[in-house]
Design a protein around this ligand. Structure first.
Ligand code: AHR
Length: 646
């Protein structure tokens, strides 16, 4: 209890309640939050990712002028065994004069501009550059011919006009990292990244990377500043990553293994993304943890429960056995992988894994408190056996780690019951529930957690959304969230899903933030989430809100934030008429007479889009309040009223 609230009126609730769930779905990571501009930078794309793709996808071989040579993919002596493919560029002739072959000029892809033999990449959709911007280029190269090779690294428009360039000489016979900084003299919305050999010779190329100079907090290998800022603005208490179904992959072959996602990017293991594309894991565990720290969110990594996604059974394992679960004889090794993550995040620099974190640039611990095991797993015996082994090992070695298990893919039914039975038997700290439903379901199930056992595992509502991005969807979610706050003693965390969706690259239609390479728009759902996460409290205060309509379309919650001393009222009206709330602040000793009001309201069908990004947005004002006051909430609205007590 705090001295500002009467003891009878309040109870403590989770102070971690509203966070984010980030999954690499809809190109949320590569081509999205991860600021890398080159697509297929390591020549690791393959038909396994997407039937149409191969190692040279998104690269075009070019021979401007009347030049010729060859381009091929090799795997004999890679930069690192985890990154097996690389390109070999053989510049046989560079010239502006047509070469004759039996009296005919040899073909040339581009006849203008600097002659040479090279490759170009259009990025993820397009690369947008503006005059004055700077870009950091880095790549690995090796001289394969007797003589060194001159290589121009440039940004060009589609016609081959140079927007920025730098000349390098590839003169090392072992793999070497080359870097350049390009300053754009004229920008273009379809900029291409070009590497052009302008002298005769043969070179190997790999991990060709271009980042904007400014990433979020200017971290190297960092995040797109505008998108990262949107997430930071939400002040999430935690971030769950890297998925979702992505975590388990569609078989053991592309299960997300955290150890292959840290360290230098050229040493990470790229793999198929279960959502039908490719993951470079350039945004890997180190970057996820760093981002959490940068925005003050607790990291919630989710590791596979040693089974494939929903136990569907991958049909391919490298080696091809199609196994659905890690064999029992390999489980100790896998459990060690889970334990090593905790040491990597929290261990001293003198520990084996803490030393790797320090070597990557972060000697201080990341202060990991939560670890998720499993995502929407079918509660089969093979899951239960493996989950039990992992849970018990983690709790034995790290009793203070809060372990988050799973209740399976649905909000009810046989698996759900079985998931909870396992949780109860093992006394799992927190259970992750998921549901994507109609808005009416949220309205009619708003009392779901009032009925939960207060002495069992806590709940993490790890993924939820109503199907749609109209205002009505968002308001229904807000109404449901008042129930989460009311039950904040049981529901310790909640996160909407999915978070990010790239225009024209989406696999899941209802998302929180839609973005392109140049811009984004925020959904009403984003605003509702943000209004809750930036207005969370640590005490729930009963009996403050009285509704005049006792119907299910009206709901409210009152929390108190002991850090700021603010009372926060959330009033939701999911109906078509205005509704009255009666507010009684008697539980609080001292209350200010002016309150801040932030309101999201409008037409039920209103939504935002790239064309009309601000059709729905919250509006802030002030009102006079007293110990008892009435508030009329407009149709289809969420109103947040913040009142100071200090
Ligand atoms: O959020 C999209 C997907 O929905 C997640 O990957 C999965 O956990 C759920 O089925």
């Amino acid at each position: 209890q705090t001295k500002n609230i009467s003891p009878a009126g309040s109870r403590m609730i989770s102070s971690d309640i509203f966070g984010l769930f980030f999954e690499d779905i809809n190109y949320a990571a590569d081509g999205g939050l991860y600021a890398e501009l080159v697509q297929n930078r390591s020549f690791e794309y393959s038909p396994t990712d997407n039937k149409q793709w191969q190692a040279l996808s998104f690269w075009e071989y070019i021979t401007p002028g009347f030049s010729y040579g060859s381009l091929q993919i090799e795997t004999n002596t890679p930069v690192h065994p985890n990154n097996p493919h690389y390109a070999v560029l053989n510049s046989e002739h560079v010239g502006t004069v047509p070469q004759q072959n039996n009296g005919q000029p040899l073909p040339s892809s581009i006849t203008t501009g600097r002659p040479g033999v090279g490759i170009k990449n259009p990025g993820f959709g397009n690369i947008i550059t503006k005059k004055g911007e700077r870009f950091h280029v880095a790549f690995f190269a090796k001289q394969l011919s007797v003589q060194p090779v001159d290589l121009f690294v440039s940004l060009q428009d589609p016609k081959g006009n140079i927007l920025a360039e730098q000349k390098l000489t590839i003169d090392k016979k072992e793999w070497n990292k080359y870097t350049a900084t390009l300053s754009v003299t004229a920008g273009h919305d379809s900029t291409q990244v070009v590497l052009l050999a302008t002298s005769k010779g043969k070179i190997a190329l790999d991990v060709i990377s271009v980042f904007p100079e400014h990433t979020f907090k200017n971290r190297p290998n960092g995040l797109r500043a505008d998108l990262a800022q949107l997430l930071a603005d939400m002040k999430p208490s935690f971030i769950r990553f890297p998925g979702g179904c992505l975590v388990h992959g569609d078989g053991l072959g592309n299960m997300y293994r955290w150890k292959t996602t840290i360290g230098p990017i050229e040493q990470r293991t790229e793999q198929k993304n279960i959502w039908g594309y490719h993951q470079t894991v350039g945004l890997g565990y180190y970057e996820y943890f760093q981002f959490c720290e940068d925005i003050g969110a607790k990291p919630l990594p989710v590791l596979p429960a040693a089974v494939s996604c929903q136990n569907s059974g991958g049909t391919w394992r490298i080696g091809g056995t199609g196994q659905r679960a890690i064999p029992l004889e390999e489980m100790q090794e896998y459990i060690q992988e889970v334990l090593d993550l905790i040491e990597w995040a929290n261990g001293p620099v003198t520990s084996t894994w803490g030393a790797k974190r320090a070597a990557a640039g972060h000697p201080a611990p990341f202060n990991l408190q939560y670890v998720g095991i499993g995502n929407e797993d079918k509660i089969t015996p093979e899951f239960e056996q493996r989950f039990t082994m992992i849970n018990n090992a983690v709790k034995a070695k790290y009793p203070n780690i809060i372990l988050v298990g799973t209740s399976g893919p649905f909000h009810s039914g046989e698996d759900f019951e079985k998931g909870w039975a396992v949780a109860n038997q093992l006394k799992v700290d927190v259970i992750d529930e998921h549901y994507y439903v109609q808005p009416e379901w949220l309205i009619s199930n708003q009392y779901r957690y009032d009925k939960y056992n207060r002495n069992a595992s806590k709940v993490y509502l790890g993924e939820y959304a109503s199907w749609g991005n109209k205002l009505y969807n968002a308001i229904a979610e807000g109404l449901y969230m008042t129930g989460l706050e009311r039950n904040g003693d049981v529901v310790s965390m909640a996160s909407y899903a999915p978070l990010l969706a790239k225009d024209q690259f989406t696999q899941w239609k209802t998302d929180m933030i839609f973005f392109s390479n140049s811009t984004y728009y925020l959904t009403p759902n984003y605003y509702v989430q943000k209004l809750f996460s930036t207005n969370a409290g640590d005490h729930y205060v009963d009996k403050v809100i009285v509704k005049n309509n006792a119907d299910s379309l009206q709901a409210g919650s009152c929390v108190y934030d002991s850090k700021t001393g603010d009372i926060i009222l959330k009033l939701v009206n999911a109906g078509k008429q205005a509704r009255q709330f009666q507010l009684n602040l008697a539980a609080f000793k001292k209350t200010a007479s002016v309150a801040t009001v932030t309101q999201l309201s409008g037409d039920a069908d209103a939504e935002n889009s790239f064309r009309s990004a601000n059709a729905v947005a919250p509006v802030t004002s002030t009102i006079n309040v007293s110990k008892k006051f009435n508030y009329e909430s407009p149709a289809m609205s969420l109103t947040v009223i913040r009142i100071k007590t200090k």
